[in-house]
Write a protein that binds this ligand. Structure first.
Ligand code: AMP
Length: 270
C-alpha cells in the first residue's frame, strides 16, 4: 500500500484538513503519529506537534528527546505538556488511585485524560484541526470491543472526522490513518528510518484492548477493512437516532454530552 496516497485520499474524501488550517498533531512518539506528521508536513500543511509527557520515567524521557530531535529536523514546532504540572501527578499514580477508588482499569483512564488535555492545549495553540495517529487496526478493535461490551453506540462518533462535524469548544479530531493498517505504518516508519521507540506503551498490559488486539492479530487486512467500512455505513443512522445536545461541564467548563464530563468524573478523586 502507498500510505501517502491513502492519506491524501482520506483527507480529500472526508474533507479532513485544508491548506489554510492550523493543524495540531497529537504526538505520542510512536510510529503512527510520527508518520502522520511527517506525511502532512510533506504535503505542505501547517503542522504543529503536541506531546503529553505522561511522566512514565525513562520511557517518557526517551520519547520526549526523540520527538524534540524529530520535530527540529522536520522544522515543525513542538509543544510538550507536562502531566505533573497539569494534574499534579504522573499517569501511573493517577491510574493506581483510580483503580483503588473507582475500580477503573486499562487504557480507558489514559484515553479520557489524554483527550481532555489534548483538546485544551490544541485550542490554546489556535488549532483548526487536531490530528491523531489512530489507524485501521485501532478502529477495527473499537468496533469489536464496543460490540462485545453490548454497546455499539459507544462508536457513534467514530469516523475519520470524529463526530462528523465541528462542535463548538472542541478542536475537531481527525484521523488521516483511519484506513491504513498498522503493519503498513510499521513498514513505512522503518523504511523512512524514523529514530523513534517502536515499543508498545509499558502500561498497556493485560487490558481489554491488548486482549482484543492479540485476538485480532490473525484477522486479515481485508477483514479488518470490512469491519471498519461496514460499521461506517451504520454510523449516520446511529447518529440520527441518538442526537445528544452538547452541554457545558459543571466542573471544568469544557463542552460535554452530560452535566459533568468524563474527565471531571474521574479526576475529582485523584
Ligand atoms: P494510543 O491511544 O496510545 O494508541 O494513541 C492514539 C493516538 O493518540 C496517537 O496516535 C497520538 O496521536 C495520540 N496520543 C497518544 N499518546 C499521546 C501523548 N502522550 N501525547 C500526545 N498525543 C498522544
Amino acid at each position: 500500500m502507498n500510505i501517502e496516497k491513502e492519506v491524501a485520499r482520506t483527507i480529500a474524501k472526508y474533507g479532513l484538513v485544508k491548506k489554510s488550517d492550523k493543524v495540531v498533531v497529537a504526538l505520542s512518539g510512536g510510529k503512527d503519529s510520527t508518520s502522520v506528521i511527517y506525511i502532512l508536513k510533506k504535503m505542505g500543511y501547517d503542522v504543529h506537534g503536541l506531546l503529553i509527557d505522561l511522566k512514565l520515567g525513562k520511557w517518557s524521557e526517551i520519547h520526549n528527546e526523540k520527538m524534540m530531535a524529530f520535530c527540529s529536523e522536520l522544522d515543525v514546532p513542538l509543544t510538550i505538556v507536562d502531566l505533573k504540572k497539569e494534574l499534579g501527578q504522573g499517569i501511573c499514580f493517577i491510574k493506581a488511585v483510580l483503580k483503588k477508588q473507582k475500580n477503573l482499569t486499562g487504557c480507558t483512564v489514559c484515553g479520557i485524560i489524554k483527550r481532555w488535555i489534548l483538546n485544551k492545549h490544541a485550542k490554546k495553540l489556535g488549532a483548526d484541526k487536531l490530528v491523531t495517529g489512530h489507524n485501521l487496526d485501532d478502529e477495527a478493535q473499537n468496533v469489536l470491543m464496543n460490540f462485545l461490551k453490548g454497546n455499539v453506540l459507544l462508536g457513534v462518533n467514530s469516523s475519520p472526522a470524529t463526530g462528523g462535524k465541528a462542535v463548538k469548544g472542541f478542536a475537531q479530531r481527525v484521523k488521516p490513518l483511519f484506513f491504513v493498517p498498522e503493519s503498513e505504518i510499521m513498514k513505512y516508519a522503518k523504511a523512512k528510518k524514523f529514530d523513534i521507540l517502536y515499543d508498545k506503551c509499558p502500561c498497556a498490559f493485560g487490558t481489554y484492548r491488548v486482549e482484543t488486539r492479540e485476538w485480532m492479530a490473525g484477522i486479515s487486512y481485508d477483514e479488518k477493512k470490512k469491519i471498519v467500512e461496514n460499521f461506517q455505513k451504520l454510523v449516520p443512522k446511529l447518529r440520527k437516532e441518538n442526537v445528544r445536545e452538547m452541554k457545558i461541564c459543571k466542573g471544568c467548563g469544557e463542552p460535554s454530552r452530560s452535566d459533568v464530563c468524563n474527565f471531571c468524573k474521574i479526576v475529582s478523586c485523584v
